[in-house]
Design a binder for this molecule. Sequence first.
Ligand code: FPP
Length: 249
Amino acid sequence: MITKPSALQQLPADLDAERLPKHVAVIMDGNGRWAKLHGMPRFMGHRRGVDTLKDLLRCCRDWGIQALTVYAFSSENWGRPLEEVNFLMTLFERVLRQELQEMMEENVRINFVGNLDSLPKSLQEEIRRSVENTRNNQGIHFTIATNYGGRQEIVQACRAIAEQVQQGLIQPEQIDEALFERHLYTSEVGDPDLLIRTSGEMRLSNFLLWQVAYSELYVTETLWPDFNREEFHYALRSYQKRERRFGKV
Ligand code: FPP
């Protein structure tokens, strides 16, 4: 059945509102393949991907999910053709500028994670503006991983902790999981309960390596531009059928 754009505005009746994931993370994959399949240049896939993301963010809000974290650009994505990298940077900047007002109205709190210093200065400025403006919003916590790499995040946390030890501010014995987590980019939003990956690849691709230790994984063959509320409904249904044991029996 094809979902009409207006369908599934409210939480579907077969989902238990009490057992929804609090935090959903998404590896948005398959934009290029989607474009190729439709005889379009790759950038059209990214453009359509933005529409999908906007609707997923609204859907999370409509259905009562508290946090959404998406992988927009990995530290490895710099290896793509310069034209595509430039297109993505300009797209992020434009979307942020265009959507800020609406994000404010919808009470969305925006955050960015990753090595933001190497992004174009104008994008850094747009990021700073959107994070600052939405800082006190109380609605969904929307995190965008840009120039993000999970290993790099862990290394920077280690470095920050090592510096504290070197300065005598903490003792090595005080380093535990809780302290380590406070040095990750995600310290405010915590670990995702559910990680969705589109386009069928069974990989983490260096995304939130520490944080997904106990996340439920859901992989769909659907390409990101085609991911919709109905697909999200399937993912949540699958999530609610699982028993989360966190290593216990
Ligand atoms: C992966 O598909 C997708 C990306 C690298 C870009 C994702 C970015 C967006 C959807 C835009 C988000 C916008 C904002 C403002 C956060 P791919 O190109 O790797 O697809 P392929 O595997 O089929 O080639």
